[in-house]
Every structure is written in structure tokens, then in C-alpha cells.
Design a protein around this ligand. Structure first.
Ligand SMILES: Cc1ncc(C[n+]2csc(CCOP(=O)(O)OP(=O)(O)O)c2C)c(N)n1
Length: 328
């Protein structure tokens, strides 16, 4: 059973926040090539949902996936090594920020394609049902995915087959720079209702509220009552991508950003901790992150001659007529 008290929720959110701040610094120094999609501000969603999952449960993630991966238990040092493209990374430096996975922890992968995690989650949930494993699969996606056909097809099959999936829409108000009000006809909850899937809106800045809602949904899935849908109202403090800092896009006001910052999920949960508890957790995480940076940067880069290694699962052959050759 996961610990779900304020200290555990705060620790997990602090880990994600510090990891992300460190990742931003490593983008600036050029150690993370290509940048990242920062999760800062949205921590309560990943932490609240993952606290409701057991170790055998699974998840699919998005292009903004560091928080989900860490909340499910991935080692921060190996995740940071992955972002810095090291052989010691979670996926031998091949996955990077947007494709981190750890099947041993049920992390079926972050995904650079908007909406693409949902059918993978449904497939895993279908397997869980067939195997009678009792596993539940959480599928995280942004409000941008609400307009992807693949999500609607997946909601249909999940509703029809009563798959044990928890659909988690992280509605942070924008898909890149496009406000959700200008993009979504109807509503997130309406999408779920159309397929007979129970749905509720949750304060995505409150880890305990997200956890409570996720726990109800997981219980439904485990007892054969099928999928649920959570719309978590949240906000990203940083730009869509680290590149946004440089190009300085203006699509939201400073007042708007500040109003959301005033509802910070870490501060909210820290307010529930005993005196001294927060400082001790902060110190512990600071040391953990410092050690993770050291580990990541000390790791070797992959050998270019092995660039194509791990592209195919063992036993899968390239298509006939398309031999895989390593260019030297
Ligand atoms: C199918 C597809 N279309 C477009 C893109 C380009 N793209 C990457 S992220 C993004 C916005 C996604 O917004 P949302 O789903 O709300 O997630 P958020 O970035 O807010 O976390 C877009 C359009 C993509 N990666 N995949």
C-alpha cells in the first residue's frame, strides 16, 4: 500500500519540482540537448494519481511526462541520465525526455504523440482483464488530446469493454498556446459522458483531492466496474517547452500565471506538515538531486556504433527487403 499522507505526497511533489528545476538548469548549460516540456505546477496530478496505484498497476504518459515517471517510482538519477543522453539512463539514453519507460515499474512510456498513450493504456488494460491480473492502467493526457480521434475511439472501446483504465486529463488551460476554450467544443467531462464513463472534475492543485478521486476510480476499475475519467484543473508555470523562454511567446498574462502560482500544490500540502518536517524533506531531496546530477553527468554517452541497438524487440525481425544496417 502506498503512503498517502501529506508528508509522502509533499516528498513526491518536492522530488518532481526539484528534478524539473534541475532539468531546466541542464537545458541552459546544454547538457540536455533538445530541451524539455516542464511539469512545474502540475505535480499534484501525477502524485495524487500514482499514490492511488499499486506497484503492479501501469501508466502511459505524455510529452510532459517526467512527473508521471518519477511519481510511479523511476529512479531520479537514471531518469536524469536519460535526459542527458547517457548509457546509464533509464533507456540507455535512447528514449530521452519524451520516451522514458520502465516496464518493471509499469511505466509503459512517455509519448511524443498527443493522445497516443490512451490506446496503449487500453491495450494493457484489455490484457489485464483477459489475464485476470486485477491490474489497473492510468492514462495521462492533456486537454489538447481531447480533440484527437484516437482518444475518442479509445474511450468508446474502454466504455464498451469495461476496461480497467483511469483516464486522467490534465487540463492546464492550453495546448501549446491555444486556450482550451478556443479549441474544445463541448467539455472534457462531456467527452467521457458520451461513452457512459463516470467522470469528475478535480482541483489539480490539490494532491489530496486528486488522490481521493483517483482512489475511487481505481476501486471501480478493480471491482470490474470499468473505466473512469478525471479532469484535473491545473496549470504549468513554465512555457510549453523550454524553447519558449527564448522566443518569449505572449499568450497568457503575468496576472494569470501569478494567480495560479498563489495556489501552488507544494505550498498547500506543506501547510499540513509538522514544523521541521518540510525542511527535512527539502534537505533530503536536495541531496538526492545533487547526487543524481553527479551520476548522470559521469555516465558515458552511448557508442554511436550501437545507435540501432534496442530499436527492435528481441525476436522481431525487420521487414523483408528493409535490412537494418549500421552506417559506419
Ligand atoms: C498528434 C500530434 N499533434 C500535434 C503535436 C504537436 N504538439 C506537441 S505538444 C502539443 C500540445 C499538447 O497540449 P496538451 O495535450 O494540452 O498538453 P500540454 O502540453 O498542455 O501538457 C502539440 C500540439 C503532436 N506532438 N502530436
Amino acid at each position: 500500500m502506498n503512503e498517502t499522507g501529506p508528508a509522502a505526497l509533499y516528498r513526491s511533489m518536492r522530488l518532481i519540482r526539484s528534478f524539473e528545476e534541475q532539468a531546466l538548469a541542464l537545458v541552459r548549460t546544454g547538457e540536455i540537448i533538445g530541451g524539455t516540456h516542464p511539469y512545474i505546477g502540475q505535480e499534484a496530478v501525477a502524485v495524487g494519481v500514482c499514490a492511488a496505484l499499486g506497484p503492479d498497476d501501469q501508466l502511459t504518459s505524455t510529452h510532459r511526462g517526467h512527473g508521471h515517471v518519477l511519481a510511479k517510482g523511476a529512479e531520479p538519477r537514471r531518469m536524469l541520465a536519460e535526459l542527458t543522453g547517457r548509457q546509464t539512463g533509464l533507456n540507455q539514453g535512447r528514449g530521452g525526455s519524451m520516451h522514458a519507460a520502465d516496464l518493471t515499474l509499469g511505466i509503459l512510456g512517455a509519448n511524443g504523440i498527443v493522445g497516443a498513450g490512451a490506446p496503449i493504456a487500453a491495450g494493457a488494460a484489455w490484457a489485464a482483464l483477459r489475464q485476470g491480473s486485477g491490474r489497473v492502467v492510468a492514462s495521462f493526457f492533456g486537454d489538447g488530446a481531447l480533440n484527437q480521434g484516437v482518444l475518442l475511439e479509445t474511450l468508446n472501446l474502454a466504455g464498451l469493454w469495461r476496461l480497467p483504465v483511469l483516464f486522467v486529463c490534465e487540463n492546464n488551460g492550453y495546448a501549446t498556446t491555444l486556450p482550451v476554450e478556443a479549441a474544445v467544443a463541448g467539455s472534457a467531462l462531456g467527452r467521457a459522458a458520451a461513452f457512459g464513463i463516470p467522470a469528475e472534475q478535480v482541483d489539480g492543485m490539490d494532491a489530496a483531492a486528486v488522490h481521493a478521486a483517483a482512489a475511487r476510480a481505481v476501486a471501480r476499475a478493480r471491482t470490474g466496474q470499468g473505466p473512469s475519467f478525471l479532469e484535473c484543473r491545473t496549470y504549468r508555470y513554465e512555457g510549453h517547452h523550454t524553447m519558449e523562454r527564448r522566443i518569449r511567446l505572449r499568450y497568457r498574462s503575468t496576472e494569470e500565471v501569478e494567480a495560479w502560482r498563489a495556489r501552488d500544490p507544494l505550498e498547500r500540502t506543506a501547510g499540513l506538515l509538522a514544523a521541521g518536517q518540510r525542511a527535512a524533506i527539502d534537505q533530503e531531496i536536495a541531496e538526492l538531486i545533487a547526487e543524481a546530477v553527479e551520476f548522470a553527468l559521469a555516465g558515458p554517452h552511448p557508442d554511436p556504433a550501437e545507435a540501432l541497438k534496442y530499436l527492435y524487440a528481441d525476436g522481431l525481425l525487420p521487414r523483408p527487403g528493409h535490412p537494418v544496417e549500421v552506417a559506419r
